[in-house]
Design a protein around this ligand. Structure first.
Ligand code: GSH
Length: 222
């Protein structure tokens, strides 16, 4: 299999965690933001990464969107399972995944790129990195006002997720699910930001553990 990805994207990390959890071997191709559209759009009709190319006869040519990649992997290789056996639990995990994808993953993107353009500029002051950060900020409308709104949204999410992960190792049910993997991936950009590390240590302990379970190298900062 081949995973088309941006090397720093947290949604691509989400797909890698699932591939790693299932122990599926795959290759990665890192695409350049902007230019990626030329390759991806004809394949999927979308512009987003990750995209998985199974490269297996009888399987789809391309699977776009991290949620669809989870579904594909679960039907391609059911064990170890990403989906919970209890359907009520699985529905809750799917709802959490969707909330994390649509609300929290975009909030962490806002906060991460704002940090990298300001206080965290020294992490990679290269021209290439700073141009990418500028393009992303423009593409998603990342500015002081939108970052402040994202910060508030995230504060509530982190409180709730810390509480869940304090009560149990798993957000739903009694084993790892799509909710844990999605949270670990989409919160990972915060690992570089000292304030979040200090305020929510248990979140980063869980992110670390989930990466270990999925055989995926830790995100920058951990
Ligand atoms: N819902 C999508 C979101 C993926 C996403 O937002 N990917 C970003 C990178 S983090 C992307 O490809 N952006 C480029 C674009 O939209 O053209 C998924 O879960 O795969």
């Amino acid at each position: 299999m081949l995973l088309l990805q941006f090397s720093t994207s947290h949604y691509c990390r989400k797909a890698r965690l699932a591939l790693g959890y299932k122990g599926i071997s795959y290759h990665r191709e890192n695409l350049t933001p902007g230019l990626h559209i030329v390759k991806v759009k004809p394949l999927t009709g979308l512009t987003t990464l990750p995209v998985l190319l199974p490269e297996i006869v009888g399987q789809p040519q391309a699977v776009a969107d991290s949620t669809e990649i989870f579904r594909f992997l679960e039907s391609y290789q059911p064990e170890p399972a990403l989906f919970l056996p209890n359907s009520e639990h699985q529905n809750q995990a799917a709802m959490l995944e969707d909330w994390l994808d649509e609300s929290i993953g975009t909030a962490t993107r806002f906060i991460y790129y704002h940090f990298r353009a300001g206080v965290g500029k020294a992490i990679d002051p290269s021209l290439f990195s700073q141009v990418v950060i500028k393009v992303v900020r423009k593409q998603y409308g990342i500015n002081d006002t939108s970052v402040e709104l994202a910060r508030k949204r995230l504060a509530n999410a982190l409180l709730v997720l810390s509480m869940y992960w304090q009560k149990s190792d798993y957000l739903v049910g009694s084993r790892l699910s799509i909710a844990d993997i999605t949270a670990a991936a989409l919160l990972s950009p915060l690992a570089l930001i000292p304030d979040y590390r200090q305020q929510y240590p248990q979140i980063f302990t869980r992110i670390t553990h989930i990466h270990e379970l999925c055989n995926e190298p830790l995100p920058p900062g951990l």
